[in-house]
Design a protein around this ligand. Structure first.
Ligand SMILES: Cc1cc2nc3c(=O)[nH]c(=O)nc-3n(C[C@H](O)[C@H](O)[C@H](O)COP(=O)(O)O)c2cc1C
Length: 174
């Protein structure tokens, strides 16, 4: 059985090469709106999505992310023109779960529009650091927030790697 939604879920792939062109506002807003409709524990809509497009802030975040890995000089964001940073309310016991579902919605919505996206890790370490917390303050975000992930976004510059075959013991029916 299939339909358009199931096809998108199956064909979404992580994109690691981007054109420099910025995504359109219309596409960006559609992806963001899909993110806000992710289920959250008790319907509290606890996460936040921060949109980062200016080159200076992107370069700073890329440097910070690379530093967490000890790979200074690399661009872990693959030159993507938009970063969507998902933050989770540290006061919620389901902070990371709520934020991860937002990440999933963002990536699948991007795929449905033909945009490239990829989850970039290490947001937790970045926003646990004093430098990360100072950035949140600079952006006017108050309170305690955990980094969940960056959903990088843009127009794909290359065909992504095809999906690996699904492992045989993925599903257990009891
Ligand atoms: C929690 C999480 C963290 C990830 N971190 C990174 C990352 O830092 N850099 C990267 O290139 N891909 C990252 N990915 C993407 C995975 O490598 C990718 O989803 C996986 O290889 C399967 O490929 P697909 O997304 O094309 O199906 C991450 C994915 C998840 C779910």
């Amino acid at each position: 059985m299939t339909n358009e939604t199931l096809e998108t879920l199956k064909t979404r792939r992580s994109c690691r090469a981007y054109k420099p062109d910025q995504v359109s506002e219309e596409e960006l807003n559609a992806v963001l709106e899909a993110g806000t409709y992710a289920p959250t524990a008790m319907g509290l809509q606890s996460p936040k999505i921060v949109v980062i497009q200016d080159p200076e802030t992107r370069a700073l975040l890329s440097r910070m992310n690379a530093a967490v890995m000890g790979r200074e000089g690399s661009d872990p964001m693959y030159g993507a023109p938009t970063y969507l940073l998902v933050l989770a309310d540290a006061a919620r016991p389901t902070a990371q779960q709520d934020g991860s579902l937002v990440m999933g919605n963002l990536m699948n919505a991007a795929a449905s529009l033909g945009l490239g996206s990829c989850w970039i890790n290490r947001a937790r370490e970045m926003f646990d650091s004093a430098e990360g917390k100072a950035l949140l303050t600079r952006w006017g975000i108050q309170g305690e927030w955990q980094g969940v992930g960056f959903c990088i976004l843009g127009y794909p510059a290359a065909d992504p790697k095809p999906a690996a075959p699904r492992k045989a013991d993925y599903i257990v029916r009891v």
